[in-house]
Design a protein around this ligand. Sequence first.
Ligand code: G6P
Length: 612
Amino acid sequence: MCGIVGYIGKKDAVPILLKGLQRLEYRGYDSAGISVMGTDGSQIVKQAGKVSELSKTVDDSPVSGTIGIAHTRWATHGEPNDINAHPHTDASETFSLVHNGIIENHSSLRTYLQEKGVSFKTETDTEVLVQLIGYLYQKEETSFEQAVRSALQEVVGAYGIAVTCKNEPDTIIVARLGSPLVLGVGDEEYFIASDASPIVEYTRKVVYLDEGEMVCIHPNGYKVKNIKKDLILSKEIKEIDLSVEQIEKGNFPHFMLKEIHEQAQTIPDTLRGRLLVDKGTAHLGGIEDWIPRFEQAHRIYITACGTSWHAGLIGKYLIEEYAGIPVHVEYASEFRYRRNIVDKDTLVLAISQSGETADTLAAIKKAKEKGALTVGICNVVGSSIARETECGIYTHAGPEIGVASTKAFTAQVTVLYMLALRLGKSAGMSAIEGRTLAKALSEIGVDAARVLDQSEAIEKVAWEYKDVENFLYLGRGLNFPVALEGALKLKEISYIHAEGYPAAEMKHGPIALIDEKMPVVFLAPHDLTFEKVLSNIHEVKARKGKIITLTDKKTKDLTDLSDHLIVVPSSHPRVFPILATIPLQLLAYHLAVIRGCNVDQPRNLAKSVTVE
Ligand code: G6P
């Protein structure tokens, strides 16, 4: 949700800023801009559209300088046009500012400033903040740092900001409250970014800013301070564990396809060193000290958004089945504003790829206030949710850049299987049951590779449905959340309307939609519910719907009924949901490519939603 980059050092900032923006474009891509300090103040280039278009404009009318800030936007206040693009300036054009987040009291601050004679150029909440800094700077005849500090005291909302001032041209000030910022520490050069991906090719040394911190950066050093008090804080420099290859597409046409294919490796990576096949359980280092609290929990809430919420639903089925603890799965945006039964006997499990989703973070804060034990399942190491929770389990899927989540989802689900095994052990799950499931999980990487080999066959299926307007996805039990995720993937990137339902629910509504044009994707492994799903397939067939079936075994009944049969090799029906997710990702991917959609940057979406 908006990406920020900054550079201060001896090199030309412009190529560093533009490349950094490209790395952060997954966070938002409706407009972009840079501000580079020149001899007469900031040189700003900004416009609607993608970073590649901004780069062309900069090529045509070059700007240069060794200090600069930049932004790629996902619009919240004000449409994504040239004027509303960041950086924004104050009336005197002394300050230049980029912002990620929302200034919630922008309207009252705007009125206040207008009454003082300040006139505004844009519809954005961000301009209010930079105008306030400019106003306080003049009124209080104060320093750049103090003006930023004073303005931030007046602000309600969330922000990650980077600001420059033409009267102190060798300084960048950044501050964080609710939106992530990382400082990269180089050799007489410093980098600022919303995450480490724009920094990794220059330095591995970083400082993660915590809530309520600001940093004043000069070419020869930096000081981290508290926003409220003028106190210098000592912050640990950390090493980032990220390589440039991990954040590049390699030979794949899209990040999404690369990330789908990585799953044959990322799922085993998630399991590595944790799954204990012989013992039929898992050792999860990040939560082992807290296991007594897990065992005593009266209830578990799983809270998350989007795809991570779907992973949570699978977690509910698994934990209730194997550990016998009641689990409620709730959207974080609902959890945070509702009176729910959360107390010291409650465990709140927050699932988030980015570890930065605003609603999920707020849900954790609420759970902590009520005395619950909070547990994070995050992909991004050192992210806000990972740090805010008392304990947690990293998914270790590596950086996910495609906006539609793929490998992060299967990694989250894999973690939840291990958690269910671990809690199942405490709850008396039989050793044989544990070993059988653990063995199936240990083989999943090989099975995933065999599923990926079917990509071309799935592309052929996709060609047959390129012009449809609707899709239905149906599954039962553990495969119901997979149906939801399949439908979400399709609508996110191909813009085909799609719905996921528990298969039995079809007859309570969606069946009305079925005609000869309607494709229905069935998840039909040979488990306890197989016969029931088969009946649902018959019901669709009777109404001339098109049937795409995913199963674990090719059988005559399925071959006869299905227009397309995709066999997912799965050594245990319980792990079928992880493997069956992959063909659904591929189906969505191929349909989106065939329809000419931008799969890595679908319209209106952003990967990391750091606003409510
Ligand atoms: C956005 C993304 C989704 C993601 C959701 C939750 O909506 O587009 O792909 O599932 O946020 O993100 P998180 O990082 O918390 O898993």
